[in-house]
Design a protein around this ligand. Structure first.
Ligand SMILES: Cc1ncc(COP(=O)(O)O)c(C=O)c1O
Length: 397
């Protein structure tokens, strides 16, 4: 959005109930166009979207370029299946008995569905409770972390303890032995690179080493994926799905031969953390609007609401940032507050109580959990609105 459009939008938003979350449809569509043109099918990471109308809009415009949905809760997956979506990879295992009936229900619908696992213990537990005569497809997640000194240094996330081709094979053999599950593919998510910013103004000391970590991780994970693929194929198994990546890695994972598809979601909204990557360039498409309600001192205003801090490693880069008018800054001692957010205002900006300020969240989907409805804007005007997962009553966590 250029300045005249954001000015117009902020003016029109005075008529809306605020706080409100907003998606700029033109920017969203441009981001989607870029995303699907990296060169491999994309599995949309729904946790980073959390609006079914957005999932529908993006996938229906490029149906041949998406391989399905990477979901994060079984209740959400079931709701998407009921809404007509198909082809799900539940990428975060659930073992709760209360989720099993939803798991079985979705498998029994005949829709394409598989769930990630990474241990024999999980398969044992599922085996004990699985009563459907239909087999559940399981995708094995292999750890894509960068581990040095025999694992003493672990750069990455703690998701899976599966690290070798032999461990993968033993999980597949275990699935076969139960006759309730079938091997549905592999996932290696190199989170330490996908989430690695290298021009992060909030972590300027770490920026120089980010590139080193990226190069080492990239080399290691490409080798690991190729080794696992050839070993498992040599044992006679077909790998119909091999998922990797995230929005932060799209520029190189798209060229990787082992992968059948890429996972991505955040690229569509481009929250402010995605400004700090030198290797990918998307456009801000998601904002939230707050109303200025008070002004305690010259050069300061205070907005209603705004304390939407993102998950992950705590730090200033997880806090939302003011976006428009330009030049506004958070007050360090308060940040974005539980019920109000003070800002410093530069001399060339005039803001009065009743005016509107646009912000960007640090991450993509989480902001949708704060609102029942999202406003769609185009050319600085609200053109439509849709329910978020929360507005639809879709239970996640
Ligand atoms: C398994 C997996 N793949 C990919 C992603 C990347 O998603 P995004 O593109 O939204 O960063 C995530 C996000 O955490 C994930 O958990």
């Amino acid at each position: 959005m250029n300045q005249s459009k954001t000015d117009k939008l902020r003016h029109l938003l005075k008529e809306e109930h605020l706080p409100a979350v907003i998606i700029d449809l033109d920017a969203l569509d441009r981001n989607a166009e870029m995303l699907v043109n990296f060169g491999k099918p994309v599995r949309l990471a729904t946790k980073s979207i959390r609006v079914t109308e957005v999932l529908k809009r993006v996938t229906s415009r490029h149906p041949e370029k998406f391989s399905g949905f990477m979901t994060y809760s079984i209740q959400e997956t079931l709701a998407l299946a009921d809404a007509g979506f198909d082809d799900f990879l539940l990428a975060y295992p659930t073992l709760q008995t209360s989720d099993l009936s939803a798991l079985q229900k979705i498998v029994d619908t005949g829709k394409k569905f598989s769930m990630v696992v990474d241990s024999l213990a999980q398969i044992d537990l599922l085996n004990k409770n699985w009563s459907s005569s239909n087999r559940l497809g399981l995708v094995i997640e292999v750890d894509g972390s960068l581990r040095l000194l025999g694992g003493m240094i672990h750069l990455g996330v703690r998701r899976s303890g599966v690290r070798t081709p032999k461990q993968v094979l033993s999980l597949i053999e275990k699935m076969d032995s139960t006759q309730k599950f079938k091997f549905a593919g592999l996932m290696v998510y190199e989170a330490q690179v996908a989430g690695l910013t290298d021009k992060n103004p909030f972590k300027s000391l770490l920026n120089p080493i980010a590139n080193m970590v990226r190069v080492w991780s990239q080399k290691g994970v490409i080798k690991l994926r190729a080794q696992i693929k050839s070993f498992i194929q040599s044992k006679g198994y077909t790998i119909s799905l091999f998922n990797g990546g995230g929005s932060g890695n799209l520029n190189w994972i798209a060229r990787e031969e082992s992968l059948t598809e890429l996972a991505a979601g955040s690229a569509l909204y481009c929250p402010h953390l995605f400004d700090y990557y030198s290797n990918i360039h998307f456009e801000p498409a998601c904002f939230f609007a707050l109303q200025v309600t008070r002004s305690s001192d010259p050069g300061f205003v205070t907005c209603q609401g705004g304390g939407y801090v993102a998950s992950g490693e705590p730090g200033w880069d997880r806090v939302a940032v003011p976006f428009d008018p330009p030049g506004l800054k958070l007050v360090n001692t308060e940040g974005t507050g539980e019920v109000q957010t003070p800002l410093t205002v530069p001399a060339n900006v005039s803001l009065d109580p009743g005016d509107v300020v646009l912000f960007r969240h640090a991450k993509a989907g989480e902001i949708m959990e704060r609102f029942n409805e999202v406003l769609f804007v185009q050319d600085g005007k609200v053109v439509d609105r849709a329910k978020t997962y929360r507005g639809l009553g879709i239970q996640t966590y």
